[in-house]
Design a protein around this ligand. Structure first.
Ligand SMILES: C[S@@+](CC[C@H](N)C(=O)[O-])C[C@H]1O[C@@H](n2cnc3c(N)ncnc32)[C@H](O)[C@@H]1O
Length: 210
């Protein structure tokens, strides 16, 4: 899934802040117990998410697609002590792993994990959110975006993962690549935000609500 060589990725990891040992245990358990452990954001993107949360001074955050909790823990770590992260996922098995690690992490009490289709969960929220991370089913990326942009405060940051889909957006053939390609065009035409697309890991879109 890396767009850069394994050597460059390892070099980036070597020059990225270390994390609490709990993250490595979460990584190992995810490798052992789940079918698609590569969905986890990992240390470089995780530290980047934490930095972004800190840099925009976010207090209320939302995550669409929590899986076993690596990104949620990273985001929550960057929030202040009274900050909150609403973490959304549809899979009870991986959510159970995530919740166990949230219960263990000293900062995990900032996270509320909600099970169910994320579009329904978002529709029940008023916001405003300071920070949003979209990392769930690719077919719904444009729908998550459309639901979340109005719920962001001005100056709030939306981060969307996997926007390069291993580079296949250049000539999309699979349903996911086509959906992400269409989403990228949708977001790029949205005048409510200013944005930058980065080739970090599998591609990240950063968008600031005007
Ligand atoms: C790429 S993984 C998220 C990885 C996670 N951010 C991490 O760093 O570990 C995508 C997640 O989206 C969830 N998902 C898929 N469709 C969903 C839906 N309609 N509503 C909520 N979650 C959904 C899946 O169960 C899966 O856990």
């Amino acid at each position: 899934m890396n767009l850069v060589s394994d050597d460059i990725h390892a070099y980036c990891e070597d020059h990225t802040s270390q994390v609490d040992a709990l993250y490595e245990r979460l990584r190992q358990e995810t490798l052992a117990k789940t079918d698609l452990p590569q969905m986890q954001v990992g240390r470089v993107e995780g530290r980047f998410l934490k930095l972004l949360v800190q840099m925009c001074g976010a207090k209320n955050a939302i995550e669409v697609g929590t899986f076993t909790g690596y990104s949620a823990l990273s985001i929550a770590e960057g929030l202040p002590a009274d900050g909150t992260l609403l973490a959304l996922d549809i899979n009870p098995e991986t959510a159970a792993i995530a919740q166990r690690f949230f219960d263990e992490a000293p900062w995990g009490s900032k996270i509320t994990l909600q099970l169910g289709p994320a579009l329904d969960s978002i529709a029940a929220q008023e916001g405003p959110f300071d920070f949003a991370f979209i990392d769930a089913d690719k077919a719904n990326y444009a729908n998550y975006w459309d639901a979340l942009v109005p719920r962001m405060r001005p100056g709030g940051l939306l981060v969307v993962d996997n926007v390069l889909w291993s580079g296949t957006v250049l000539a999309p053939e699979t349903d996911s690549a086509k959906a992400i390609n269409a989403f990228n065009d949708h977001a790029a035409a949205d005048e409510r935000v200013e944005f930058v697309m980065l080739s970090v890991r599998d591609g990240m879109l950063l968008a600031r609500k005007k």
